[in-house]
Design a binder for this molecule. Structure first.
Ligand code: PEP
Length: 247
């Protein structure tokens, strides 16, 4: 019997505007209280206004990336120190879109997770296989390799991260992993974490990939799924609230 508290995180990706953000956040705030912990990871320019709107609420906020560097000549990068100044509780690192479109390696993702944690920000480390890798029977090897880099970089601090299993073929495609497929990978990840830290059974493992109001409850009821990382369904308050309530 697990005592893990569920976590539902919205990943806004590169969506939003002052007006759209205000409407979305008001919709989320109006639906409180949630049983699950709820957070939104927003584009960097909106962190300030989101922090103001959500301060003193039970809804947390975070970023969608975090530099591996502390400071310096890294044009376009945002450091964990800066994110901490804006009250970020979470930073997504290693999202498949960053791995694919920005060439982020396992080692870089691990370094980003370490940088976030050093400033008290919980990294949400994304792992997941492509369709080709799944069809080639490589799912387990791929996610273990991705997670292994983070375990190696963080040592015992690995117990402080959140891991999100996001099969690349399910992200933004409307194609969701079945609850059994997702649970099977989550069990593999938790076993890998258990070999690295005694805190593995307390760690939150999120599922991400076309989670919607109509499939959230069955996914979140799996033994090793502790909530979700939500993309498309995080952009409409009614959908996000329904997903959060399913947790
Ligand atoms: C994501 O981007 O993390 C994600 C899971 O997206 P979607 O829910 O749209 O598949």
């Amino acid at each position: 019997m697990t005592t893990r508290h569920k976590l539902v995180v919205g990943n806004w990706k590169m969506h939003g505007s002052h007006a759209a953000n205000a409407e979305l956040l008001q919709g989320i705030l109006a639906a409180r209280p949630f049983v699950a912990e709820v957070a939104v990871c927003v584009p960097f320019p909106y962190l300030s206004e989101v922090a103001v709107t959500l301060s003193n609420s039970s809804v947390a906020w975070g970023s969608q990336d975090c530099s591996a560097h502390v400071q310096g000549a890294y044009t376009g990068e945002v450091s964990a120190t800066m994110l901490a100044e804006f009250g970020c509780r979470y930073a997504i690192v290693g999202h498949s879109e960053r791995r694919a479109f920005h060439g982020e390696s396992d080692q870089l993702v691990a370094d980003k997770a370490k940088a976030a944690l050093a400033k008290g920000i919980t990294p949400i480390v994304c792992v997941g296989e492509t369709l080709e890798q799944r069809e080639a029977g490589e799912t387990e090897a791929v996610v273990k390799r991705q997670l292994s880099a983070v375990i190696h970089a963080l040592g015992q601090c690995i117990g402080e991260v959140v891991v999100a299993y996001e099969p690349v073929w399910a992200i933004g495609t409307g194609r969701t992993a079945s609850p059994e497929q997702a649970q099977a990978v989550h069990a593999v990840l938790r076993a890998q974490l258990a070999a690295a830290t005694p805190r593995a059974s307390d760690m939150k493992l999120l599922y991400g990939g076309s989670v919607k109001p109509d499939n959230a409850a069955i996914l979140f009821s799996q033994a090793d799924i502790d909530g979700g990382l939500i993309g498309g369904a995080a952009l409409k308050a009614a959908d996000f609230v329904a997903v959060a309530r399913a947790a």
